[in-house]
Design a protein around this ligand. Structure first.
Ligand SMILES: *Cc1c(COP(=O)(O)O)cnc(C)c1O
Length: 470
């Protein structure tokens, strides 16, 4: 498929401007030295180009999208209608607050709602994504220890099942990472935790349910062990879709948390943004929060400064706020209950053909281990994922968490119907039969897409990062 620039033919145009009814004026400054390299294309070719592109995209509006840990739930159209309202759409962040009372009210209420959902005392809406929130939260914890003259605390404890952003964010804040191992049930190994915790522990970063989709029943003991050693507890809220309205990080003993509005609260995501990763904290961290602060004011005498221009990605925050207000507290709780029910239903359906990494009731997601397919039928998690594409589904998250080698992590979310889940199980059954049939070769999949199997080693070793025009 050609780029829009390669379709350019001199003189073609997709617009006709009306005749000017004002005198013309030549700008003296700020003029380009060379002509901009814009495509000259007719309206119909332009429409066809973008329609063709649009058809090649796969999103949650096209079909099943069980990308574990990413919560690819349906994005209600009502959110979009609210974002498009003129009063929200036509404001500028430097405008006088007297003219933007509505946006300020939304942000104030959103902070309060997120406090109520997480059990935190304060929330900042500034961070632009989950990882950005982690970075901000880690800085809060760092500032806390520094302000107490507690300079020995240089280590952050992270489970071996953690999302890669956790150790990365802590490391970017200058912390050393210490890994705590998982026990047979998929939770934190308490004995191991007791061994590694000490006077150099700045804190713990944890997601519960964890990246195996399992709720850690020892959570209160875990956070107590960290607190007793003088450390703080950070909750990675990317998995909040499992527990909204059921339990709260604040009540589990966490001091600081980020949320992913683009996951849990239905704002669209994928393709790199924009996102929103608000950070909540308990009272003792509030004085370090980034400024400006909206609404209820803690005294931020030791603020860590700004982590994002203005007040964060407002349209994403507004989508999340609309979602919260549409569902209400009972609706949010029901969403989580259905997310967990859907995951368990699909897990049980798939168990006829596939093995779960840890055989327990799961929360909003679960991890299959297809090691038996790998060893007995030379079919890897990658082969199964690529074959799913041929059946019109997005593959699940693969090879994550790292402690499961042939991992396929399914997160169906609450918005899928029973019929859809049963259809998915049917397709997964077909794929299983094909994998076991030595006549069939899944290594060639996908065969129905414009681009088939790419050479991933070559893509990693010799990346061509810039488009090469033909
Ligand atoms: C998605 C995710 C993150 C990072 O969030 P981004 O918004 O993608 O930066 C962190 N932890 C877990 C468990 C996640 O699933």
């Amino acid at each position: 498929m050609k780029l829009v620039f390669e379709q350019s033919v001199q003189g073609r145009m997709a617009i006709t401007l009306p005749a000017s009814n004002v005198p013309s004026y030549t700008l003296q400054c700020a003029t380009r030295k060379t002509q901009a390299d814009l495509s000259e294309i007719s309206e119909i070719d332009l429409v066809r180009h973008y329609t063709r592109l649009g058809k090649q995209v796969y999103g949650v509006d096209n079909g099943f999208y069980p990308l574990g840990s990413c919560t690819m739930k349906y994005n209600p159209r009502l959110n979009e209608q609210v974002v498009e309202l003129e009063g929200f759409n036509n404001v500028h962040p430097t405008q006088c607050p007297c003219e933007t009372k509505g946006t300020i009210e939304v942000m104030t209420n959103m902070q309060q709602d997120l406090c109520a959902i997480t059990g935190m005392d304060y929330v900042t809406l500034q961070p632009a994504a989950g990882a950005h929130g982690e970075f901000c939260g880690m800085l809060l914890i760092k500032k806390y220890h520094q302000s107490r003259g507690d300079t020995l605390r240089k280590k952050i404890i992270v489970p071996d099942s953690a999302h890669g952003t956790n150790p990365a964010s802590a490391n970017m804040c200058g912390f050393e990472i210490v890994t705590v191992s998982s026990n047979k049930e998929g939770g934190v190994d308490i004995d191991n935790l007791k061994q590694i915790v000490g006077p150099d522990t700045a804190g713990l970063m944890l997601t519960n349910p964890n990246t195996l989709g399992l709720f850690d029943k020892n959570i209160l003991s875990i956070t107590r062990i960290i607190h007793d050693a003088g450390g703080l507890c950070y909750y990675d809220g990317a998995n909040l879709n499992a527990i909204m309205g059921m339990c709260r990080p604040g009540d589990m003993g966490f001091d600081c948390v980020h949320l992913n509005i683009h996951k849990t609260f239905s704002a669209p995501h994928g393709g790199g943004g924009p996102g929103s990763g608000p950070v909540g904290c308990k009272q003792m961290l509030a004085k370090f929060l980034p400024t400006p602060i909206i609404g209820k004011q803690p005294t931020v005498e030791y603020s860590l400064g700004k982590v994002k221009s203005y007040c964060g990605n407002f349209p994403v925050i507004l989508r999340g706020y609309t979602y919260i207000k549409t569902l209400g507290s009972s609706g949010l709780k029901q969403a989580s209950q259905l997310a967990v029910l859907n995951a368990n239903y699909l897990r049980i359906l798939l168990q006829q053909d596939y093995t779960t990494a840890i055989d327990r009731i799961c929360m909003h997601e679960f991890v299959l281990d297809v090691k038996d397919y790998h060893d007995n039928y030379s079919t890897s998690a990658l082969d199964i994922s690529k074959t799913m594409i041929d059946y019109g589904m997005h593959p699940p998250t693969m090879y994550f968490p790292l402690i499961v080698h042939e991992a396929l992590m399914f997160e169906p979310t609450e918005t899928e119907s029973k019929q859809t889940l049963e259809e998915v199980a049917e397709i997964m059954h077909k794929i299983s039969i094909r994998a076991k049939d030595s006549q069939d070769d899944l290594h060639a999949s996908p065969v129905t897409t414009p681009i088939g199997r790419v050479d991933e080693v070559k893509a990693a070793r010799q990346p061509i990062l810039k488009y090469q025009p033909q």
